[in-house]
Ligand binder design. Sequence first.
Ligand SMILES: O=C(O)CCC(=O)C(=O)O
Ligand SMILES: [Fe+2]
Length: 337
Amino acid sequence: MTPPTSDLSSISSTDPAARRALADEIKHACMEVGFFYGTPQLHTSLNFPSYFETVKNHGIPETVMQDTLAQMTRFFDLPLDKKLEVENKKTSNFMGYNPVLSGNNDPNGAGDLQEGFEFKFEPLDDGSHGADKDTAIARGGHHGCTSIQISPGSRNSGPPSHRALKLGRLLFPLFALALDLPEDFFADKTKHSAAIMRLLHYPPQFGEVDDRVIGIGAHTDWECFTILWQQPGIQALQVLNSFKEWINVPAIDGTLVINLGDQFARWTNDVFTSTVHRAINRSGVERYSIPLFFGTDYNVPLEPISSCVSDERPARYEAITAGEYIRSRHQATYGHY
Ligand SMILES: O=C(O)CCC(=O)C(=O)O
Ligand SMILES: [Fe+2]
């Protein structure tokens, strides 16, 4: 069984019909199933509650990912004391290195069996390419060290993190179209790339696994959507379907996984829901993955889109800014501030 794969080659198309067709595919996935395995029967019986699928033709060659993997491996192979020099406890915004078991994504869990390195992207402050004066406000108090400064470029150039960033920016207009909003609805809310990347390393787990200590415990992601690269050929990621069954999401060469997070659930008052997932590495070998989380700018209030609120569907979430929300989730996960 293979998961569905959306072809993103028309993501930059200016043809309205091609854009509408891709947006419709995303809308269907977001609202009805989200992740499916080919045949209509299975599609119905798996019944995923929200968007979770793989995409191809995303503009990031697998060779580039293999180079990135080699560099990640070098970092995680360093002695622990070296890695602790850049521990996330030392930054005001949770960026940096987290040792094994220092984070806990599932409140019912006892720690995540992975180590990671987290960093984010900020526009250059030199004013040369539109980083405007409200940059500091847009950072919403969630800025600090371990950020990578970015300048614009094409989707198919630059280091992998920048390519992935550009891919994410191209997805926002399609999500807007999928919600029957103007394509530029998120443009003024995503001016400053509130995107966070994690480099993750999961040691293998052998024998009987205590459900409370797995690679990453059951959780939803915090931002609007996540673009995830998984090391090909190693099974670990699982998504919860509406029958509360854990379904494997295989790592397929040349594809990325895309899933929705809490900010979209808040924007849409749960018309788009965030997908519960977890990872357990029982492969017997080390596993690496790279999620890139895309949110709105940190100063943006997460307010439900008016078409998603009605008498039958009253607002489900309290208003909060994106930055406050992400900070509260970092605090709950790492618990050291
Ligand atoms: O490693 C994976 O496949 C998933 C990682 C993940 O869910 C996360 O970092 O939020
Ligand atoms: Fe996640």
